[in-house]
Design a protein around this ligand. Sequence first.
Ligand SMILES: NC(=O)C1=CN([C@@H]2O[C@H](COP(=O)(O)OP(=O)(O)OC[C@H]3O[C@@H](n4cnc5c(N)ncnc54)[C@H](OP(=O)(O)O)[C@@H]3O)[C@@H](O)[C@H]2O)C=CC1
Ligand SMILES: O=CC(=O)O
Length: 343
Amino acid sequence: MALCSIFCPRIPVRFRPKPISPLLSKPLFPLSYRVYSSLQPTPSTKDELGSVSIGFLGMGIMGSPMAQNLLKAGCDVTVWNRTKSKCDPLVGLGAKYKSSPEEVTATCDLTFAMLADPESAIDVACGKNGAVSGISSGKGYVDVSTVDAASSILISKQIKDTGALFLEAPVSGSKKPAEDGQLIFLTAGDKLLYEKAAPFLDIMGKSRFYLGDVGNGAAMKLVVNMIMGSMMASFAEGILLSQKVGLDPNVLVEVVSQGAINAPMYSLKGPSMIKSVYPTAFPLKHQQKDMRLALGLAESVSQSTPIAAAANELYKVAKSYGLSDEDFSAVIEALKAARSQQS
Ligand SMILES: NC(=O)C1=CN([C@@H]2O[C@H](COP(=O)(O)OP(=O)(O)OC[C@H]3O[C@@H](n4cnc5c(N)ncnc54)[C@H](OP(=O)(O)O)[C@@H]3O)[C@@H](O)[C@H]2O)C=CC1
Ligand SMILES: O=CC(=O)O
C-alpha cells in the first residue's frame, strides 16, 4: 500500500465491504463538517475511507468500541494491545492483528492510540518496538489517550522527527458514548492531519474541536475532567448527607435532574451509587490520574484549585481501599468510610 495514501487516496481503491453498524445512529458523511472544519476533508467517500489503513493501539474500555465502530463503518483496521486476548473480538469482526505498535505503524497509514496514562502512552509510542520505530513520512499518529501536555509534546516531537504528522485528540465521553460513536474530540497539533483524520473522528464521535498547538487538547481535557471529578465528589457528599438527615436519596437525584444543576452523569450514576454498585465505565484510577494531572497543570500557572485538590484526596483514599478498577462513582465509598470512622 502506498505510504502516502492518507494524503492522496487512490480511486478506485481497496475496500472490503462490511455491514454498516446499527449502532451508528448518524450519517457517516455529514453534509456539513463540524467545529473548526471548513475544508472538505479527504477521504470523503466510503470507498476512500476503506482505502486508508487504520491502526489502533489499546483495546481497553474505550479503545475497543472505538476500533469496533471504525470496523463496522467499513474501515481497514489493524489492532494491537499489550494483553493480546483483548484483540480477539476485534479480529473476529474482521480486524487484522500485529504483534507490536511498531508493526502497526509500519503497515498502517493512520494510527490511533488509546492508552491508560502518560507512562503507557509514552512507552507505546516511544519505547522498544514502539510506534515511532515503525512510522515514517506520509503517515499520521493520533493519540486519543488522556495525558498531560508535556507527555503529549514529547510524543509529538518523536513522531514528527520521523517526518510523520501528530495530532493529540483526547476524548470527552465515556464507555457508552464510545460505543455509540458519540465522543467529543479535543484535538491539537498538525492541522493537515486533523483534516485527514476528520472522517474517522466523525465515525467515532459527535463533535470535534481543533485547539491549536499540541498541549491545548490535553489541557482542555484535564480541565473538563477536573470539573467532572469535583462534581462527582460533591454529588457523593450530597447523597450521603440526604440519607443521614432521613431523606430519600432517590428523590434527591430526581430533584437534581429537574433543576439548573442537572447533569446526565447524576441521573446515570446516582441510582447505582445509592445501591452501592459501581459498574465500571470510567475507572476510578483514571479519574484520580486526571485530577493529579489537572492539579499539576494548575500548579504550573499558579492557579488556585482548592476544590479539585480536596476531591483528589478523596479519590486517593478510594484507591487505597482497593477501588481503582471500579467506576469513579465509587468515590462515595471513601466518604462512607470517613463517616463510619467518625461515628
Ligand atoms: N473509560 C472512560 O470513560 C474514558 C477514558 N478516557 C481515557 O482514555 C484512556 C483509556 O481509558 P480506558 O479505555 O477506560 O482504560 P482501560 O484501563 O480500560 O485501558 C487502558 C489501555 O491501556 C493499556 N495499557 C495500560 N498500561 C500499559 C502499558 N504499560 N503498556 C501498554 N499498554 C498499556 C491497556 O492494555 P492492557 O489491556 O494490556 O491492560 C489498555 O489497552 C485513559 O487515558 C482514560 O483516562 C477518556 C474518556 C473516557
Ligand atoms: O474521561 C472521562 C469522561 O467521561 O470523559
